[in-house]
Design a protein around this ligand. Structure first.
Ligand code: PMP
Length: 421
């Protein structure tokens, strides 16, 4: 590898020492340097986000929107500033299009229950893909049962990409919504959504994009994409857990009834009838995760300071390096090797179950994930119970990849597996 330690990006010379921004990475696990390669599950937090959370509870904590006192107004300003920050981050037209949720899962459920229950009818089709996370399958199944809508699935090719010919065939005037993942959490495939969204629009379908695995790895411009909904979680973007985003085009959000009722989402309430607040408040019933929302802004500011184009270039180089190093191990097969991928390498090894791999790697301080990655239908598609998954973030280094490879070779020795290559 020429070096992910230093590279030219545009006319900028970048030397990534970003791992030093993440206090948790300095600790030892089982007496070994922590090699954290489970970023698809959640990312670690930079010091600025940790300090932001500390400052919020040390200095700024109050409930928002309802207080006349100084602290409440201050907390409200912080909360609103985060909305503006997210709006700019994904280039939404207006900050009213940003709804704060607890995460991707809640964002999808909100759309399924509010938009889905009120717009889907018997015979309508919900078009998913064969590489969805369970959180973009199960809510739609629940709504399909209630409405009589049908779920259709875009198949995945042997090399881990969506079959676009089949996608084209599946689209029709019965397609009410296309709900699809931007980057697969299980195999890392980056789907060509720029091409797929206009195809869905051409048949009049609404489009939801699950960006949980995308926003930390590439620039996302929702106006350019022209999707109706785009959802993601803060904790996979170096932010706190328990906060997420539902972006929705203003006109579609505005047409949707509330999903959860309670404080903060109303205009007036009487026992006979209640009227509701405009969007986005209509969808933010009760006290939200105020600290988490402010922490999300700190995380986005951190990412913006480096620049997603710089992060993307670095991670691509590291992924290519990791890919080649892993392929040098006999008996190791990467799933979706040929597909355009971001951040994730999913693999299986002859003679060693992924869970055993995960356990052995852990003894070396190497944290990966093993299993079905909440994408059981995709595992079934490939005829495997699960994979071992190494997922990268901006703080991973060449040394991390070397540690991974060494530990995998050690696992082969322990299992007496020599591999077939
Ligand atoms: N979609 C994808 C593609 C994901 O990777 C995940 C998390 N693994 C989710 C949805 C669910 O995210 P959360 O658990 O933060 O709601």
């Amino acid at each position: 590898m020429n070096a992910p330690s230093a590279q030219m990006v545009g006319n900028k010379f970048v030397t990534p020492n970003w791992h030093s921004d993440f206090p948790i990475l300095k600790q030892k696990v089982r007496g070994r340097r922590l090699v954290y390669l489970d970023n698809g599950a959640t990312t670690q937090k930079p010091l600025c986000v940790i300090e932001n959370q500390n400052a919020y509870y040390s200095e700024h904590n109050a409930n928002i929107h309802r207080g006349v006192h100084w602290l409440s107004q201050y907390a409200t300003d912080l909360y609103d500033a985060s909305r503006d920050c997210v709006q700019k981050f994904i280039n939404a037209k207006s900050s009213d299009e940003i709804v704060f949720t607890s995460g991707t899962t809640q964002s999808i459920n909100l759309v399924a229950y509010s938009w889905g229950l009120n717009n889907l009818k018997k015979g309508d089709e919900i078009l998913l893909t064969g590489m969805e996370h369970h959180s973009n399958i199960v809510p739609w199944q629940l709504i399909a049962k209630k409405t009589g809508a049908l779920i259709k699935v875009v198949p995945v090719t042997d090399d881990g990409q969506l079959d676009l010919d089949e996608y084209k065939k599946l689209l029709s005037d019965r397609t009410a919504i296309v709900a699809m993942v931007h980057v697969s959490n299980a195999i890392g495939t980056v789907n060509p959504i720029e091409k797929m969204i206009p195809m869905a629009r051409a048949v009049g379908a609404t489009v939801l994009i699950d960006g949980a695995q995308a926003v930390a790895h590439m620039n996302v411009d929702v106006q350019h994409l022209d999707c109706d909904f785009y959802v993601f979680s803060g904790h996979k973007l170096y932010g706190p857990t328990g906060v997420g985003v539902l972006y929705g085009k203003h006109n579609i959000l505005d047409s949707m009834p509330p999903w959860l009722g309670g404080g903060d989402m109303i205009h007036t309430v009487s026992f006979e009838e209640s009227t509701y607040a405009p969007v986005p408040q209509r969808f933010e019933a009760g006290t939200p995760n105020i600290a988490g929302v402010t922490g999300l802004k700190a995380a986005i500011n951190y990412v913006n300071t480096i620049g997603l184009d710089v992060i993307q270039a670095y991670e691509e180089e590291l992924l290519t390096y990791a890919n080649n190093e892993l392929l040098s191990i006999p008996g190791l097969k990467i799933i979706a090797e040929a597909a355009p991928r971001a951040g994730i390498i999913s693999f299986v090894m002859d003679g060693i179950h992924p869970h055993d791999l995960g356990t052995i790697l852990d003894t070396d301080g190497v944290a990966i994930r093993a299993g079905h990655h909440c994408a059981m239908p995709l595992m079934t598609r490939f005829g495997i119970p699960g994979t071992a998954r190494a997922s990268l973030a901006l703080y991973n280094t060449q040394d991390d990849v070397i540690a991974l490879v060494n530990s995998l070779r050690k696992a082969q020795d322990l299992f007496g597996v020599t591999g077939s290559k």
